[in-house]
Write a protein that binds this ligand. Sequence first.
Ligand SMILES: C[S@@+](CC[C@H](N)C(=O)[O-])C[C@H]1O[C@@H](n2cnc3c(N)ncnc32)[C@H](O)[C@@H]1O
Length: 224
Amino acid sequence: MTNLHSPMQQHKLQNYNSARGAEAYKADYRNKLHRKWSDKRERALLESYFLELAQLGIGPAESILDLPCGHGRLSGLLKQHCRDLIEADWSYTMVSLNQRDHGRDGRSYCRASALEIPLPDRSVDVAVSFRLSHHLESQQLREQHLHELFRVARKAVIVTWFSASSLKNVLRQVRVKLVGKKPKNVLRNARVREVAEQDGFVQKQAKPLFRIGSGHVLGLFVRR
Ligand SMILES: C[S@@+](CC[C@H](N)C(=O)[O-])C[C@H]1O[C@@H](n2cnc3c(N)ncnc32)[C@H](O)[C@@H]1O
């Protein structure tokens, strides 16, 4: 696998792939207040989405794919909702760190690109992707990642994206015009719904992580 399989900014990618960068990302969630808040909120939303899946008669899942898994921040929570958890990431360092911390009990690990997931169609019950979309540099790649999640998921997809209509993005657009800031890697919520529909999924939820201070949305989609 080459860097072409992960077309995010090279310095960010190198950072995630270095031992220092992977450890630093993990430490951020222990030490930085804003990371701890967003982690808490993401976990609460995830739990509510799994509850909704249970109410829809979907779950507990036999298998969940967590891609990108990073250092396994959500591994413990996801494992509580399935028998087999697949932890996958482009960064070999992240996958190794994750395996060292969480072990192999009911979990498997692999290095994989989220743009070409090395799994057959409908091969996992639930596909989960946290905090990748906004790193992908073009609309085409962000949509390719969505298509891949919808392809491999038998029952449901849980995915984050950076919303074009979020306050954070609206403010960024002003700075893009005024001071030439780099635009955010966003998706329109309606476009995410369209992609899901094309691939046979219905949107059940699309909740913002926070209304102020974050543009991330967490979506829940189930197969029609
Ligand atoms: C911000 S971290 C998120 C990790 C984890 N989902 C979380 O929320 O803690 C982004 C991760 O995406 C991985 N990544 C970047 N490009 C990727 C790609 N094309 N395929 C799979 N993983 C990728 C990086 O190695 C990094 O671990």
